[in-house]
Design a protein around this ligand. Structure first.
Ligand code: BG6
Length: 513
């Protein structure tokens, strides 16, 4: 097994990107691959083959990607020769992916690149296309034998969404498995590629001090927030058919729940870790459709003024149905039915057009059994461990200290660590990390078929209740606020959500870790 602690160069390979003329390729993938080159983490022999319907020559593809690197690379200070050297690795072929005979063209192109560059037959296929094409592309790759491993490895990488409900997710998995086996499939959840999400594993399992407290005996409740200040931007069409539950909760938020709540794996290999997160998804207490109103709050942003600027309401966004009932905010309270977490409420929320962009996991510890001192700040009486996923990545522990002077006044103070303090260390972006892992064949940070299905199973009753019961309200909230007020009632028993930033709609403007 590969040692995960050592970053070595992957073996030679060709990365085939379907959907090469799309935004994802140009904004995320190519800049991430360029960054891997800068870190000396690309294989010695490496070629990218862009595949798309748009007719383009290698040269015009290279020009477009060069622009992508210039505009979107995290590295601003690169030298031009390095970029030119990189651009030469990019090639392009135009095919119609719905047409199986076109895959023969692709196969021949790959054979010739493989021969010219002496790659050794290792191919990764990255589906950066609309999800509707996934099944067809996988089937067509299979039809021309491109999935068959023999001379080299064959891997299929795909992006969420993996289906839009449980039934479609099962169907997609079955279809993919007709051509590829599970070990060849790499399903991206880009949150797992975030350095701070991975750091959760290290925080929990490399330190002796947290794990003994990480359970129902000491934890009052767990809170996970993923807030975005942006709206749906130019993705109104997609978003209106998805909504926050499908777009963020089923995948990113539940993955964070999995890593926060899982048991320590016995080894650090990909299946041991993924088996443990799967067990968490399988232990999520299923909702009854009739209880959804009690445990799930959905909201939709309405127009408002934020710092003097008029913000468009969701229903007036481009591509959105003016009568849309799609949620742009969701908050859920649930339980994990196992020994570690029995009785501990988990609260998660995700939303667009909230006051700030922040993703964080907060472990709220139980208060001391008997309190001796008076509190200066009543609400912050118990300890919190805050794992800040983004931005200002870091970890913070809130605990009580004596206010200097007479008496015994207690004030909560922060003990904190910021990733930015490690100024000389390169923190890889999510795509950089995930692409590298796929090249070296490490699927730890990729989602397995069974986990995808288990997560859909958990959200299914919510989807069904919203579909079937039109009395379940969708609450409006002014853009720039923390979602509908009623979301506060959900967490009332355990005090309040953590608000790392004031509402902006009333021109509050301050953020803290
Ligand atoms: C994507 C969602 O998966 O994650 C987007 O489709 C969302 O709607 C994005 O904006 C958030 O990712 P990040 O990395 O910016 O938190």
């Amino acid at each position: 097994m590969k040692d995960k602690n050592v970053m070595e160069k992957p073996v030679d390979c060709i990365l085939v990107i379907f959907g090469a003329s799309g935004d994802l390729t140009n904004r995320k993938l190519i800049p991430a691959i360029f960054e891997l080159q800068n870190q000396n983490l690309l294989p010695n022999k490496f070629v990218v083959l862009g595949v798309g319907r748009t007719e383009m020559t290698d040269d015009s593809f290279r020009k477009k990607m060069e622009e992508g690197v210039r505009n979107f690379s995290s590295e601003k200070d690169f030298n031009n020769d390095t970029l030119q050297q990189f651009i030469k690795k990019l090639n392009y072929v135009s095919i119609n992916t719905e047409n199986v005979s076109d895959f023969e063209i692709l196969k021949r192109k790959l054979e010739s690149l493989n021969l010219d560059h002496q790659i050794g037959g290792n191919y990764l296929f990255y589906l950066a296309t609309p999800p509707i094409l996934y099944e067809q592309i996988a089937e067509n790759l299979g039809a021309v034998g491109l999935q068959k491993e023999g001379d080299g490895f064959r891997r299929l990488i795909l992006e969420k969404p993996f289906g839009y409900d449980l039934t479609s997710a099962i169907k997609l998995n079955l279809k993919l498995h007709e051509s590829f086996n599970e070990e060849q499939i790499y399903r991206i959840d880009h949150y797992l590629g975030k350095e701070t999400v991975q750091n959760l594993l290290v925080t929990r399992f490399a330190n002796g001090i947290f794990e003994p407290l990480w359970n129902r005996n000491y934890v009052q409740h767990v809170e996970i927030t993923s807030a975005e200040s942006i709206g749906v931007e130019n993705r109104g069409g997609y978003y209106d058919s998805a909504g926050a539950l499908r777009d963020m909760v089923q995948n990113h938020l539940l993955q964070m729940v999995g890593l926060t709540a899982m048991e320590p794996p016995s080894t650090f290999d990909s299946n041991s870790i993924r088996n443990e997160t799967l067990k968490i998804f399988q232990s999520l207490r299923p909702f009854k459709e009739e209880d959804i109103d009690k445990y799930v709050i959905r909201g939709q942003y309405i127009s408002s003024k934020v710092k003097g600027e008029n913000i468009t309401g969701y229903r007036n966004e481009k591509g959105v149905n003016p009568k849309s009932r799609t949620e742009t905010f969701v908050a859920i309270k649930f339980y994990i039915d196992n020994w570690r977490w029995g009785g501990v409420p988990f609260y998660i929320r995700a939303g667009k057009r909230l006051p700030t962009r922040v993703t964080e996991i907060v472990i709220h510890f139980k208060p001391t059994p008997h309190y001796l001192f008076s509190l200066e700040e009543q609400d912050n009486s118990s300890n919190q461990l805050i794992i800040r996923i983004q931005p200002d990545e870091g970890i913070l522990l809130k605990f009580g200290m004596k206010v200097p002077g007479a008496g015994f006044k207690v004030k909560n103070v922060n003990m904190d660590f910021h990733y930015s303090d490690l100024s000389n260390v390169h923190v890889p972006g999510a795509y950089e990390r995930l692409l590298y892992d796929a090249m070296v064949g490490d699927s730890t940070l990729y989602t397995r078929a069974d986990a995808v299905e288990a997560a859909w199973k958990f959200v299914e009753p919510i989807q069904k209740a919203w579909e079937n019961n039109h009395n379940i309200k969708i609450h409006g909230y002014p853009a720039g606020t923390w979602g509908p007020d009623i979301a506060d009632d959900l967490i009332k028993e355990d005090k309040t959500w953590r608000y790392p930033c004031k509402n902006l709609a009333d021109d509050g403007n301050y953020c803290e870790l």
